[in-house]
Design a protein around this ligand. Structure first.
Ligand code: HSE
Length: 369
């Protein structure tokens, strides 16, 4: 099979390539790397067997059309510019995409195989060709709670998210560091113990956030020493687009017979690449906590149930722990004051791995089966 990869140089693309090399994925394909800016140029994978040593033009419909599979991490603007024209030009191959541009289209299947392999297999059997990665927060939530969804025990749930800078992109991560530096350079360039005058220092820090030189071109606001309770566009119904995705995408991934309402508030915080979320889950019935833990732990090989105590929560339920790992820890599992059918949970996961790159490379193997 001929595989074309677009957007391999970007942040998600780099994470994808790292995983593909670890798993020797390229050995199964004849691979061509595409570029939006350097067609004919070289690329770092040119010495590998069955790899075209030169870059092809990512806007060339004939070159893309000669592929059996096009996998793109190039972003939504590229998808919008190329996908329809490519299909109209007669491309009958598979389109695997990390971007959200065509995710909710009727013809698209959202891929998260540990949760919806049956949905993916049915789509393949039905001749569907467009397979799109889900929103990172939604995918990580479904992996963490897969056992409860599979047992059909969730009546509704809320998700309060703590989303990392990486969700915005590489420039956003860089900006977060620059914001931290902007502040610390100005309040602690010599002294590191400011405790005795901390209230005065805090005033200065808060003041610095309004300084015209404060770097906020990408986030549009200070994230360092702050948080941002709005992610993505305003749907003008009170909801942000990121919040809308939870129910819309979640139920599309699951192909639930009856939609499960999922809603909450999405917040950007200053972690680097791991999204976390606190969840209130209304169960259909009172299930003992030990049974819930077992259900969750047995659902897939990546979920890690964390014991609900302070030591384990601070060790395993953090962006620090989850960074760079496929493991999706879920913890803080306890029944709430509202009643025995109300479950509290907290999860965290690497938004570049399961949240973006991993479902795409796994889809390649599902196609090969
Ligand atoms: N929309 C997500 C975020 C990242 O901004 O964190 C992409 O899924």
């Amino acid at each position: 099979m001929k595989l074309g990869i677009v957007g391999w140089r970007g942040m998600v693309g780099q994470v994808l390539m790292e995983r593909m090399l670890q798993e020797n994925d390229l050995s199964h394909f004849e691979t061509t790397f595409f570029s939006t800016s350097n067609a004919g140029g070289d690329h770092p994978f040119s010495k590998m067997p069955k790899v075209d040593p030169k870059l092809k033009d990512a806007y060339s419909l004939p070159d893309l059309k000669s592929m059996d599979i096009v996998l793109t991490c190039q972003g939504g603007d590229y998808t919008k510019e190329v996908f329809k024209n490519l299909r109209n030009s007669g491309f009958k191959g598979f389109w695997i995409d990390a971007a959200s541009a065509i995710r909710m289209d009727e013809a698209s299947t959202i891929i998260l195989d540990p949760v919806n392999l049956d949905v993916i297999k049915k789509a393949l059997k039905d001749g569907k060709k467009d397979f799109i990665g889900g929103n990172c927060t939604v995918s990580l939530m479904l992996l963490a709670l897969g056992g409860l969804f599979k047992a059909n025990q969730i009546e509704w749930m809320t998700t309060m998210t703590y989303q990392a800078a990486s969700g915005g992109g590489a420039r956003h991560m860089n900006e977060l560091l620059n914001q931290m530096k902007f502040v610390t350079d100005r309040v602690m360039d010599k002294e590191t113990n400011l405790a005795s005058r901390i209230l005065e220092v805090e005033k200065r820090v808060t003041g610095l956030m309004g300084d015209p030189a404060f770097p906020k071109e990408n986030f549009g606001a200070p994230l360092a020493c702050n948080l941002l309770p709005w992610i993505d566009s305003d749907l003008e119904n009170g909801q942000s687009r990121e919040e809308w995705k939870a129910s819309a995408e979640g139920n599309k991934i699951l192909q639930s017979v009856k939609d499960i309402p999922i809603d909450g508030t999405c917040v950007r915080v200053s972690s680097m690449r791991c999204h976390a979320q606190g969840m209130t889950i209304k169960l259909k019935k009172n299930i003992p906590i030990e049974e819930i833990e077992l259900m969750l732990a047995e659902h897939n090989p990546w979920v890690k149930v964390v014991a609900n105590n302070k030591t384990d929560s601070l060790k395993y339920l953090t962006p620090e722990f989850a960074s760079g790992k496929l493991t999706v820890p879920v913890g803080r599992l306890r029944k709430m004051y509202m009643g025995d059918d109300y479950l509290n949970a907290f999860t965290v996961g690497d938004q570049l791995l399961w949240g973006a790159a991993e479902p795409l490379r796994r889809m390649l193997h599902i196609i090969l089966e």
